[in-house]
Write a protein that binds this ligand. Structure first.
Ligand SMILES: Cc1ncc(COP(=O)(O)O)c(C=O)c1O
Length: 336
């Protein structure tokens, strides 16, 4: 991803909610990423404490304890946070002042997904003016994550929708600039649109995350990346042509599309229960009771959070074990 973005306009800022792991984030930065983005404040704190120097929380941080934890962490690390609400901005500012720290802020724009983000260019300008009055917060630009485009299977439609979304971002940053607010950061994009949004001259960074593992969901949409995350299952039941693995939906993420056997991608599971993955196979499949099989997750991000560690495998040898952190403030004593 880093080398592909080198020939485009935007820089890579991988979304690490996918892997929740510092070692991999460091490899991404060594390959050319400018920093990382996170979904939660806890991920952000771990990244910063792990040595990542530029951390964007590509999400709103709301709630007293979370904001206080961020303000505390911002005493020693550099964070940027997405905001879309004036009261939330005030809470952030107050906490920064109390902790004696400061933080950069980008205004999230709703570009068609209907989730986070101000709903109009004038709302963006109003919020930028408000941010300007708040100590401890510095306006740096905007986020326009076009999440509604990522699920679009038809590439032509995806391109059109992503262009429309970025044209809207363009209108917002123009109005912000006219009001005196230059957007140094224009953060957008994901694995499904990296080459479309990454080529837009108005966009400065791409928040792609899932490319790093390439689950079945993203792999079906975006060709050219290898699958690197698997879950090892064991056949615990076999009757005739039916084999049942011990990796059900409590072991492997099943959002959007089904996980598949790495060595037999053409078989579709009859179902994934909590602790069982049941397949009806034919004579081409030689697996038997007790055999193991690597599974490609349907969705990587909701697979990773089920585990405490990765087994890093190179040439069939486990060469390292990397922690998966954090699932929340208490996980591995993050706040103790
Ligand atoms: C705000 C934001 N940016 C970027 C991404 C990364 O998307 P992907 O994992 O598809 O690359 C997501 C995914 O949910 C997101 O919510």
């Amino acid at each position: 991803m880093a080398s592909r973005l080198k020939s485009l306009h935007a820089k890579l800022r991988p979304h690490i909610k996918v892997q929740k792991n510092v070692e991999l984030a460091k490899l991404q930065i060594a390959a050319g990423a400018i920093g990382v983005c996170t979904a939660t404040v806890w991920e952000a704190i771990v990244m910063s404490a792990g040595g990542i120097k530029d951390v964007l929380i590509a999400n709103e941080v709301v709630g007293k304890e979370k904001i206080a934890a961020l303000a505390q962490a911002a005493r020693s690390g550099h964070f940027t946070v997405a905001v879309d609400d004036p009261h939330n901005a005030e809470d952030l500012s107050e906490a920064m002042s109390k902790a004696g720290s400061r933080i950069d802020a980008i205004i999230e724009i709703d570009v068609g997904m209907g989730r986070g983000g101000v709903r109009s260019p004038s709302e963006a300008v109003k919020l930028a003016r408000h941010l300007n009055t708040l100590p401890g917060l510095t306006f740096r630009g905007v986020q326009g994550y076009e999440g509604h485009c990522m699920l679009e299977p038809d590439r032509e439609v995806r391109i059109r929708k992503a262009h429309e979304a970025m044209d809207y971002v363009g209108r917002v940053i123009t109005q912000l600039a006219e009001a005196g607010f230059k957007s140094e950061i224009v953060s957008a994009g994901g694995t499904g649109t990296y080459d479309i949004t990454g080529a837009d001259p108005r966009v400065t960074e791409i928040q792609a995350g899932s490319y790093v593992f390439m689950d079945n969901f993203h792999g079906n949409l975006v060709p050219g990346f290898e699958r690197s995350l698997t879950v090892l299952g064991t056949i615990i039941i076999q009757h005739g042509n039916t084999i049942v693995f011990d990796c059900g939906r409590k072991s492997v993420g099943i959002d959007f599309v089904q996980p598949t056997m790495a060595a037999y991608p053409s078989y579709t599971a009859r179902y994934f229960a909590e602790e069982h993955a049941l397949f009806d196979v034919d004579e081409k499949c030689t697996l038997k009771l007790g055999d193991t099989m690597e599974f490609i997750p349907g969705y990587g991000p909701t697979t990773v959070n089920l585990y405490d560690a990765y087994h890093v495998v190179e040439n069939d040898v486990v060469t390292d074990i990397w922690p998966i952190i954090p699932r929340g403030p208490g996980h591995l004593g993050l706040l103790s």
